[in-house]
Design a protein around this ligand. Structure first.
Ligand code: URA
Length: 261
């Protein structure tokens, strides 16, 4: 195969970016735990997320997440967790940014290339649009904590598999339990569906407050589903709906503040 054909094949496989100057012989490195083949991608999309708790790496993720008693401990635990194969191809863990005690948690899908390089969520084009959206209702990163369902960049920005989601979810539930937000903003279908359990599309869910049953918290946490900024970049006409959602968020935060005061 000549060099151009080899490069084309790599791009088709999702290898669209050089992360380091020199190649790494990954087959000569310690392997991540074998994937749970019952959860391989290619399952029909509409099927409910099945008996994921049976898988040993998921149980390990649940135990590790439960053992963390602070946000910093959770970050350290996640950084040491090698049960998710995405960690091997990512440059950095992308955990949280912003203010953990602000009472608002914003949750996206997973890191893209800029986030992978920076080790911080939402620093690329989607992040800049999100900053403007939240800024338009008076919120900056001192007013919320931001994170993602997936903590490492999927190669080539592919959609995360059900197994990758299931391996990351225990850490997200623990993040919710530790930070106890009064409100959550769910960006896009992956965040909205994997935390609420709904199977509906995001265009149906957006604008709705979904009750999140967070293990360890007494009451469900109200979470507003909205459109992901990456979708809005591709579909500017949908910005109007996202704007309505921002107003609904602002109204809820103001009413929480007046209840508390
Ligand atoms: N999209 C996401 O869902 N999360 C990020 O951190 C960046 C882009």
């Amino acid at each position: 195969m000549d060099a151009v054909a080899a490069l084309r094949t790599l791009v088709e496989w999702g290898v669209d970016e050089a992360l380091e100057d020199a190649p790494r012989a990954r087959f000569a490195m310690p392997q991540a735990p074998a994937a749970d083949t019952s959860l391989a991608p290619g399952r029909p999309k509409a099927a409910p997320r099945p008996a994921l708790a049976a898988s040993a790496p998921i149980q390990q993720a649940e135990q590790l997440a439960a053992s963390a008693t602070s946000l910093e401990a959770l970050r350290a635990t996640l950084a040491g967790f090698d049960g998710c194969a995405l960690r091997a191809t990512a440059t950095n863990l992308v955990f949280t940014d912003g203010n953990p005690s602000a009472g608002l948690l914003v949750i996206g899908e997973g890191p893209g290339p800029e986030e992978d390089r920076a080790g911080r969520p939402f620093v690329g084009a989607s992040g800049r649009l999100l900053d403007k959206m939240l800024g338009s209702v008076g919120l900056d990163r001192s007013n919320y904590l931001i994170s993602n369902i997936i903590f490492w960049r999927p190669p080539g920005n592919r959609t995360p598999t059900d197994q990758e989601v299931a391996l990351c979810l225990p850490f997200m539930w623990r993040l919710l339990a530790l930070t106890r937000p009064r409100r959550v903003l769910l960006l896009g279908k992956l965040a909205a569906c994997s935390l609420s359990g709904s199977q509906l599309g995001i265009r149906r869910l957006r604008g709705q407050w979904l009750p999140l049953a967070v293990p360890g918290l007494e009451a469900p946490v109200p979470a507003l589903a909205t459109l992901h900024p990456a979708y809005l970049l591709r579909t500017p006409a949908a910005k109007r709906e996202a704007w309505m959602d921002m107003l609904a968020l602002r109204t809820a935060l103001d009413s929480d503040a007046s209840d508390a005061g």
